[in-house]
Write a protein that binds this ligand. Structure first.
Ligand code: HEM
Length: 164
């Protein structure tokens, strides 16, 4: 018997052997699919935090919207009276990008210095964090990346808030 084609070769196998080969093929396909899925999920976690936040431009969009909201919200707007918002926006975006391990240069003050004159309350701080959280959600940032950024910002509370 000559086995000139793959089909002829396949037909020459017994039923049992064909079953085994079919099972092996299914097993290989499933493991390959799982490996691809695993690779995709770890790739995202391996991105630097600033990349998971949308890169410098994505971060600037999030911080700009946050500042637009807190500076016009009657519960937190008073501190922003007379502040040059365009300059503050650039500074906050660079600060957050740097906190998130991004390639940005932050040349502003320490958090304690920057807020020393503003008498910021715990409630005002919490409003800003809530708005930032909402804007991170709106931008489609993952839960893990959002929580990591907020975890890194949490220690600034003790430098920024002067009354509770
Ligand atoms: C996670 C919380 C906060 C972060 C990370 C943050 C970050 C910053 C940064 C990076 C600057 C610029 C400093 C500079 O360029 O020298 C700044 C300034 C400022 N922040 Fe915040 N801030 C936070 C909370 C708040 C809150 C809650 C308020 C008020 C409700 C506030 C009001 C201001 C004001 C008014 C300035 C300008 C100060 C000035 O130019 O005299 N910040 N902040």
């Amino acid at each position: 018997m000559t086995l000139s084609s793959p089909l002829a070769l396949w037909s020459s196998f017994g039923l049992e052997r064909r079953r085994h080969l079919q099972l092996a093929a299914i097993g290989l396909t499933v493991s390959w699919a799982l490996a691809v899925l695993l690779a995709c999920s770890t790739t995202n976690a391996q991105l630097a935090l600033y990349q998971q936040l949308g890169g410098p431009a994505g971060i600037a969009a999030i911080t700009d919207r946050t500042l637009d909201r807190v500076s016009t919200d009657p519960r937190s707007s008073r501190s922003f009276d007379g502040i040059k918002m365009a300059t503050l926006k650039k500074s906050l975006a660079a600060y957050i990008c740097k906190v998130a391990d991004g390639p940005c240069v932050y040349e502003g003050e320490t958090m304690a210095h920057a807020h020393a004159q503003s008498n910021i309350s715990g409630a005002e701080f919490d409003i800003m964090v809530t708005v930032l959280r909402e804007e991170l959600d709106r931008a489609g940032v993952s839960e893990a990346a959002k929580n990591e950024l907020l975890r890194r910002l949490a220690p600034t509370r003790r430098d920024i808030v002067v009354k509770s």
